[in-house]
Ligand binder design. Structure first.
Ligand code: C5J
Length: 226
């Protein structure tokens, strides 16, 4: 299946591909969460929910592999680097009580994935302590065991966890297709530049497409189960 993309068309093979949805967590996206508490405009991220929901629905109907990630730490914070804890000099940091439980701690309500995109049974959820989904996780092993070489990447934020994951994936030999309108940043200029950096120089880290280029192809590929 050929998908119109930058810098040139992407050949998607659904049997070798996974949809990788990065960090669509309540604390980043929901009004009243940690992201908003820090003064961020969560509407910049919330605009990605509906496109992600449409893509996830079509991807599931086509029978494709879906993998979700969440950024966060063990409740005892043993995997939290001191540098990450103190960065930003904020009075409230990772592990402290926040509006939806302890901030970025596994098992807390704010750490979980938003209900609109909630994982189904059988869809792996990768709990990652860093920005990249490959660092200190079993993502690479899971992908290799399933024969996956292509990643369709969405989620938040474009310039942080999406970009870091795409760069990690690229170095491990995966072909990444990033869906622009299914990614978001609190900072629109970083979103735009984050996408440009991926597709620059002939696709130095991967490809970038839009939902309206991917969705019709996906829907055509395999009829929805009745
Ligand atoms: C993600 C962050 N998910 N911005 N985290 O991008 O700290």
């Amino acid at each position: 299946m050929l998908i119109e993309a930058a810098p040139y068309e992407y050949t998607l093979d659904l049997d070798k591909a996974a949809l990788l949805i990065i960090d669509m967590q309540r604390d980043f996206l929901e009004s009243g969460g940690f992201g908003e508490m820090l003064g961020n405009d969560v509407s910049q991220l919330r605009r990605t929910i509906e496109p992600n929901r449409a893509l996830l629905t079509a991807w599931r109907q086509a029978g494709g592999t879906v993998i979700h990630t969440r950024e966060g730490h063990r409740p005892d914070l043993a995997d939290l680097p001191p540098a990450k804890k103190v960065r930003g000099r904020s009075t409230t940091t990772i592990g402290d009580p926040g509006p939806m439980g302890r901030i970025l701690v596994r098992g807390e309500p704010g750490h979980d994935i938003i209900p609109e995109l909630y994982p189904r049974d059988g869809e792996p959820v990768i709990d990652k302590p860093g920005k990249g989904a490959f660092f200190a996780t079993d993502l690479h092993a899971i992908l290799q065991n399933r024969g996956i070489t292509q990643l369709v990447v969405t989620g938040v934020t474009t310039e942080v966890c999406v970009n870091t994951t795409v760069r990690e994936a690229n170095d491990r030999g995966y072909d990444c297709l990033v869906v622009a309108d299914c990614c978001g940043s609190y900072f629109p200029e970083f979103h735009a530049m984050g996408l440009r950096m991926i597709a620059a120089q002939g696709g130095i880290f991967g490809w970038v497409t839009a939902l309206d280029k991917l969705l019709p192809q996906l829907t055509m590929m395999r009829p929805a189960a009745t």
